[in-house]
Ligand binder design. Sequence first.
Ligand code: NAP
Length: 285
Amino acid sequence: MTAVVIDGKKVAADVRDRLARDVATFTQRTGKAPGLATILVGEDPASEVYVANKRRSAIAAGIADFHRHLPANSTADDIAAVIDELADNDDVSGILLQLPLPAGIESAKLIDHIPAAKDVDGLTTMSAGLLARGEAGLRPCTPSGIITLLDSANITIEGALAVVVGRSQLVGAPLAQLLLHRNATVVIAHSRTADLASITKQADILVAAAGIPALVTAEHVKPGAAVIDVGIHRTEAGLVGDVLYDEVSAVAGWITPVPGGVGPMTIATLLHNTLRAAEASSVAA
Ligand code: NAP
């Protein structure tokens, strides 16, 4: 068997095109574009690239850009003050605090400074609670993007056995909740899981989000399964994921490539969340 490749670039481009149309309609109706505020602290080169990509995609979709770049020696109070200012600004629909923050600054408290209504990264305690309870709220971008990818390939989630390898607050834990809300039977594996392959081999949907290159090999995969690779690792041979692509694609039914799979969906979902936040605040106004 050769797996069907799920083209994240194409799906993300479709989402962004649709979104640009919806943003235009929203802006015409309300007289004001949705606004995305990105906060970058310090000079981390990877973070600078990520933030630049998010801003470029947002502007291309017709979303107003509110960017704040703070020096690396900013204190937690300095950052909180900027979040407060953006939270009070009616033109800002969503606030994104780019992680990681410079060493010594605790991110969890600052993330929780973002009001849930503007939490377009879906990472505040309030957003996590709403997700856990299955109540309406903004969902974390990478896990939401994975659900969109599965749907784009018409993969049946309801009733499927989904194994999520990884339990981070950024990816694994919220993804498990989203799959559960879609009526999958969900198993979460992690670094203490005994005999990982015996568990992953049962999965109809296998998501690798452990951050370990080539952790998932053909022996971890049930023939015909949908394999979603979240991992991103820079190697001399280029970007690779958590899945050993060549051998797994010979066993799986569907597979996401790295690059060009999950990655592009994360920004598309951020833009989607920004429009949703703007819509919710225009209804509340
Ligand atoms: P993380 O916070 O380091 O979490 C990794 C998780 O994997 C932890 O829950 C850990 O278990 C588990 N794990 C570690 N070793 C394992 C093993 N041998 N077997 C099974 N589970 C194991 O990482 P993350 O932020 O979730 O990110 C995971 C990967 O996705 C990284 O490569 C990251 O770069 C990538 N990523 C990609 C995107 C994207 O847009 N494509 C977005 C976010 C992240 P414990 O909890 O027991 O430690």
